[in-house]
Design a protein around this ligand. Structure first.
Ligand code: C2O
Ligand code: CU
Length: 515
């Protein structure tokens, strides 16, 4: 089915209302129900059955203040049948497990282990059945983090790709006084943009393959290597338009796709001003003509529409599927994201700023690291001949090998010996990217020795801040420096391409008490 582009207005998810809030923002209680719902994702498409937090897709946006203690009771009120095909050969999704299991992770949050959404801490409707790691019904988020855009999404073992595809994702914005002092575009001029790709059947239902294209495994359903949809959605609408005033806007970009990378540009040729990363502000804004965004990465962006009355600007995408060596995008379809129309009259003088300086970042020194780890990202074959991506050649069930001490700093080197760019995410922590260095992959595969092919390349300008997800391109060693605090306990690190994460490209890790 061919859906017309730029036909429907951009929806903006509502801000979630707490059930209870104490004075001075120090204690807030929310309840959020996951329910099956129907929603129109394009005006030419019949309504789509989805799963939504509070019955909406994407979920409502949390707005919280730094330091505010937030409690959330995440309630599974979903039906017993999954919307999408489950592969029972995937670890954690065995036949005897309930089909519909959920657990929520606050991505980028510095969260205690019991509230982090460990993949085995899942629960079913009404908490009737609980996973082996289930600890509590009400999660606590301390929000001891400066202003930034986090997001929440499902993380149930063996089902994450399907639960997020069904609609379980939303924004979580932390605010602070420093952010308010910067006089950035705000209120109606600050807009979250959640980017995903989806494929639909003609009846409007979600389409997700139940087996890979050339399924040699004979399994059915069988997990696929990575999902790429043929339409692009922003905030749950296919190719929307957004009417803007001729002024500056702040956009909080989030790539919430299963596996698709986005490389965004504006067809007007104008620059984006990037002010922040996954985990807060850059030191200084940068003007940049294209934005690369891997699954789970966020970008804090200002676009200036002043003096553009009457014009329209298309947000384009030219990241190959898969990235970086797959097919080019279709210029008619997936090469487009949304359209900005500068058609609204100016409602008042634009006094917002793109500040020249956004604040200091404490840069970590390499010699402060107590340990270096080299962790291979490899591609293997499973017993059915399917691709299997592993971290350090280990499976999810293998004993824990990454066990940093609380308060210590470590350097992790991701040694990518396969052809995909993998966005690696580590729970609990934020890190800094030290750089990337090309190495001889064949020599490494034969000898396990690293032979560098060039000097270390500095992180891109837009990556020079705190991050929680890092792109690891093929043929390169990507190096990050990570302080481990403020909790001990068991977390996970993984590739954020959801089909990889669900199929063994995820490992538990444990922060040990200081010695
Ligand atoms: Cu965005 Cu482990 O997750
Ligand atoms: Cu991956």
């Amino acid at each position: 089915m061919k859906l017309r582009k730029f036909k429907d207005p951009l929806p903006i998810p509502p801000v979630l209302i707490p059930k209870w809030k104490s004075g001075d923002y120090d204690y807030t209680y929310y309840e959020v129900s996951m329910v099956e719902t129907k929603q129109s994702l394009h005006s030419d498409l019949p309504q789509t059955t989805l799963w939504g937090y509070e019955g909406i897709y994407p979920g409502p946006t949390f707005e919280v203040e730094m330091g505010e203690r937030v409690f959330v009771k995440w309630k599974n009120e979903l039906p017993a049948r999954h919307l999408l095909p489950i592969d029972h050969t995937v670890h954690g999704a065995e036949k005897e497990k309930p089909d519909v299991r959920t657990v929520v992770h606050l991505h980028g949050g510095r969260t205690e282990p019991a509230s982090d959404g460990y993949p085995d801490a899942w629960f079913t409707n009404g908490f009737a059945v609980k996973g082996p790691f289930f600890e509590k019904e009400i999660f606590e988020y301390g929000n001891q983090q400066k202003a930034r855009a986090l997001w929440y999404h499902d993380h149930a073992i063996g089902l994450t790709r399907l639960n997020i595809y069904a609609g379980l994702a939303g924004f979580y914005l932390i605010r602070d006084s420093h952010e308010r002092s910067l006089n950035l575009p705000s209120g109606p001029f600050e807009v979250p943009l959640l980017l995903q790709d989806r494929t639909f059947h003609d009846d409007g239902t979600l389409s997700y393959p139940d087996q890979p294209e050339n399924n040699s495994s004979g399994l059915h359903p069988s997990i696929i290597t990575s999902f790429f949809g043929d339409t692009i959605l922003v905030n749950g609408k296919v190719w929307p338009f957004f009417e803007v005033e001729p002024r500056k806007y702040r956009f909080r970009f989030l790539n919430a796709a299963n596996a698709r990378f986005f490389r965004l540009s504006l067809d007007s040729g104008q620059l984006f001003f990037q002010i922040g990363t996954d985990s807060g502000f850059l030191e200084r804004p940068i003007g940049i003509s294209s934005l690369l965004l891997a699954p789970a990465e966020r970008l804090d962006i200002i676009i200036d529409f002043s003096n553009m009355e009457g014009k329209s600007v298309i947000l384009k995408n030219d990241a190959r599927t898969h990235f970086p060596i797959g097919d080019p995008v279709n210029p008619e379809t997936t090469g487009n994201v949304m359209e900005f129309r500068v058609t609204k009259p100016l409602s008042g003088i634009d006094t917002s700023m793109i500040p020249a300086y956004l604040g200091p970042i404490k840069w970590l020194q390499e010699n402060s690291a107590r340990k270096q780890r080299y962790l291979e990202l490899s591609e293997e074959k499973d017993q059915f001949g399917r691709s299997l991506f592993l971290l350090d050649k280990k499976m999810w069930d293998d004993p824990i090998t990454e066990n940093p001490r609380l308060g210590s700093i470590e350097i992790w080197n991701f040694v990518n010996t396969n052809g995909d760019d993998h966005p690696i995410h580590i729970h609990l922590v934020q890190f800094q990217v030290l750089g990337r260095r090309a190495f001889d992959v064949d020599f490494y595969k034969k000898t396990k020795q690293i032979r560098y092919m060039g000097p270390r390349i500095q992180p891109e300008m837009g990556e020079r801040g705190w991050k929680d997800t890092v792109r690891c391109p093929p043929g390169h060693i990507t190096t990050v420096i990570i302080p481990f605090f403020p909790f001990t306990g068991q977390y996970v690190w993984h590739c954020h391409m959801l089909e990889h994460e669900d199929y063994e490209m995820m490992r538990p890790y444990k922060v040990l008490p200081p010695d």
